[in-house]
Design a protein around this ligand. Structure first.
Ligand SMILES: C[S@@+](CC[C@H](N)C(=O)[O-])C[C@H]1O[C@@H](n2cnc3c(N)ncnc32)[C@H](O)[C@@H]1O
Length: 210
């Protein structure tokens, strides 16, 4: 990142990885990191354990999908789901790339032109003193817009309605606007886990304003 940015995520490491996951992180992950100049069509930010990245991969076999996630147990879970016993990436998931860190490092290069950017259940940081840690500020949305293709879409889902309103207020200070295009959206792990305790998710779909 160009300047010291406020950290928008919690921990980077959880419980100790299994031997298989450790070896996937060590031996397979480096080859899946995006290469300079590579065309990437779809970005998912904060993929958790990566269920939705896999859905995107299956639904868009001709597209290259990049998932960014700094929580290494989530990265390892996705690797484990897309690799066979020997550690080879399964054919149907060969279009997945993984960036195991803060997505702003990728975006600050400004070199991408994504057709879709997905952010499902971003951390809501509900306490007032943590509000500055919310990822979807106007500055961040403008950074996304620099990396969005002319007809590209940003799809945001959250079950935290106060964060939803806050994001819409941030959008007013960007060069993005809401579009009404419908999306097929699958339930993520977070959504399933929290469904009993939270509101129904609401979605915001954004495109370039002009
Ligand atoms: C509440 S979880 C939701 C995970 C997943 N999208 C789901 O719905 O199951 C939010 C995720 O965003 C990730 N995250 C937060 N800030 C990020 C950033 N700057 N770059 C990439 N991922 C980030 C966190 O590590 C966390 O895994």
């Amino acid at each position: 990142m160009e300047k010291q940015e406020i950290r928008t995520f919690g921990r980077r490491h959880g419980k100790k990885l299994s031997a298989r996951k450790e070896s996937l992180v060590r031996d397979v992950l480096p080859a899946l990191c995006p290469r300079a100049g590579e065309k990437i069509d779809i970005l998912e930010i904060g993929f958790g354990s990566g269920e939705h990245v896999r859905e995107l991969s299956a639904a868009n076999p001709d597209a290259v999908i990049l998932g960014a996630e700094p929580f290494m147990n989530g990265v390892a879970a996705l690797l484990s789901a897309i690799c066979d016993e020997s550690g080879a990436v399964l054919d149907e998931y060969k279009n997945i790339r993984i960036f195991p860190d803060d997505v702003r490092i990728v975006l600050n290069g400004g070199a991408y032109s994504f057709d879709e950017i997905w952010i499902l259940h971003p951390d809501p940081w509900p306490k007032a003193r943590h509000e500055k840690r919310r990822l979807l500020s106007a500055d961040f949305l403008n950074l996304l817009s620099k990396n969005l293709s002319p007809n590209g879409k940003i799809i945001i889902g959250t079950d935290h309605w106060e964060y939803y309103d806050w994001i819409l207020a941030q959008v007013k200070n960007t060069n993005l606007c809401e579009t009404d295009s419908a999306q097929n959206i699958i339930e993520t792990r977070y959504q399933k886990k929290n469904m009993a305790n939270t509101n129904a998710p609401k979605y915001i779909i954004l495109g370039h304003a002009d």
